[in-house]
Ligand binder design. Structure first.
Ligand code: PHE
Length: 452
């Protein structure tokens, strides 16, 4: 793979470290919780197709661009963008990529840790046998009970935020990598196991046809924007998370293969989670468009139908919580890295970022219960924040990154940093960044949001 004399082992180990860290960031609630529920809300197959097209046309090229910028800048996204706009003589305007990203991260973390708190509650519920022999009614009641209790949600949100803060204070280092090295593969194994179970359920065929038979009449303009936004959210793009992790990348490693590996793993996890969840939905006559509770109202039924279901369910929710935890760390890292470069200690930086996002998270907590009637543009507080970040801020960040690298960074700089071996693939990548990604994202934005 690499004839570099500096040692194949070292290069391999580091390349995989990056794959691990980036996969840890990418694979999270977005794949297991969000993808199935938004697919259910947006009609299935056609939505999935647009989502996959967005991953290919915008996600992968933008991810390569972010890693490239991170590897070149070796600082927080805000300072990386400042330095590279300077060294490339690019318009100062592009520095906004770093700022907007840090802000988006702060917003995302606020609701992400509320949802991650739900998984903590489900670990306890599974372990204590609450779902023994559970059917759809029990699953629905349990979820409704959790959502209706703002105090419990706040406690869980607090616990999760603290768990994220503890790692961030110490720095994203070996401890996290070592645990991910074992736990990520375990999560994949669990999903494959659940896929095996799904295969035996009567709803399996219907799940496949829901996810993969395409009917464009079910697709609204907003659905297309949601699919686009999710392709950025799920790959952790458009806000600097992957840029910050780009500095894990050894100089020699080829960008294309590495990024493609992360993209494929992330997509596979989402699709398998979708197949499992919709098999349960259709086997039990549930509603595919049930919203954010979908995963929590379906998987306990699956576990109830499995031998050793309580144990498997407990381990599963532990793994989902860990996947959420490794993603949340990367969501906060751009803002914290910047504060540290400004001269603050990691403790102060982490306390500030996590503290403010915790406070904002209380808005999400009450949007599921006492303040569920409070809406902005017809959306609850949680839905508005999710829409603003995933569907506006991240694609906007992505478009700016594509335009910046495609049009304003010199080709020699890119070639030197990216080390894409094949000239054909290199030129294809630049072509995507220059034309395809910005036009596709821009078109979907304008059409879907009805801007003109
Ligand atoms: N990609 C993560 C997920 O799918 C969420 C995330 C978004 C992480 C943005 C980092 C940045 O759960």
């Amino acid at each position: 793979m690499n004839s570099d004399k500096t040692g194949m082992h070292g290069v391999w180990a580091s390349r995989w470290t990056f794959v691990l860290a980036a996969t840890g960031s990418a694979v999270g609630l977005g794949n297991i919780w969000k993808f199935p529920y938004i697919t259910g809300e947006n009609g299935g197959g056609a939505f999935v197709l647009v989502y996959l097209a967005c991953i290919l046309c915008a996600g992968i090229p933008v991810m390569m661009a972010e890693v490239m910028l991170g590897r070149k800048g070796r600082m927080s996204p805000i300072n990386t963008m400042r330095n590279i706009t300077q060294s490339e003589n690019a318009p100062v305007f592009f520095r906004s990529i770093g700022w907007m990203g840090a802000l988006a991260g702060f917003f995302i973390l606020s609701f992400y840790s509320v949802i991650a708190g739900w998984t903590l509650s489900y670990i306890v519920k599974m372990a204590t046998g609450v779902f023994d022999g559970a059917n759809a009614d029990v699953a629905g009641e349990q979820f409704g009970g959790l959502l209706g209790d703002p105090v419990q949600l706040t406690v869980l949100h607090t616990i999760f935020t603290v768990l994220v803060g503890v790692v961030l204070v110490r720095g994203v280092h070996k401890g996290l990598e070592n645990s991910l090295r074992m736990l990520m593969p375990l999560l994949f194994i669990m999903l494959v196991l659940l896929l095996g179970y799904a295969l035996t359920t009567p709803g399996f065929g219907e799940a496949l046809s829901f996810l993969f038979s395409v009917d464009f009449s079910k697709l609204s303009g907003e659905s297309v924007v949601v699919a686009l936004g999710h392709s950025f959210f799920t790959l952790s793009l458009g806000m600097g998370a992957i840029m910050a992790y780009g500095s894990y990348m050894p100089k020699q490693a080829s960008l294309g293969k590495t990024v493609l590996t992360v993209g494929i793993l992330d997509t596979l996890v989402a699709l398998v989670a979708g197949i499992v969840i919709f098999s349960v939905v259709f086997s039990n006559g549930l509603e595919p468009g049930a919203g954010p509770g979908l995963m929590f109202q379906t998987l306990p039924i699956a576990f109830a139908g499995l031998p050793l279901g309580d144990l498997i369910g407990t381990v599963f929710f532990v793994l989902v919580a860990i996947a959420a935890w490794s993603s949340a760390i990367s969501i906060a890292e751009p803002a914290i890295a910047w504060a540290v470069e400004k001269g603050h200690s990691r403790l102060v930086a982490t306390t500030a970022v996590c503290g403010f996002s915790w406070l904002l998270g209380l808005g999400t907590v009450v949007s599921f219960n006492v303040a569920s009637d409070f809406t902005l543009f017809g959306k609850t507080f949680f839905d508005s924040l999710d829409f603003l970040t995933s569907n506006i801020m991240l694609p906007l960040g992505g478009i700016l990154i594509a335009v910046f690298v495609g049009w304003f960074v010199r080709k020699e700089t890119i070639a030197h940093e990216a080390r894409v071996q094949s000239p054909v693939l290199f030129n294809l990548w630049i072509f995507m960044l220059k034309f395809v990604s910005p036009l596709a994202v821009g078109y979907i934005f304008i059409k879907g949001l009805g801007i003109f």
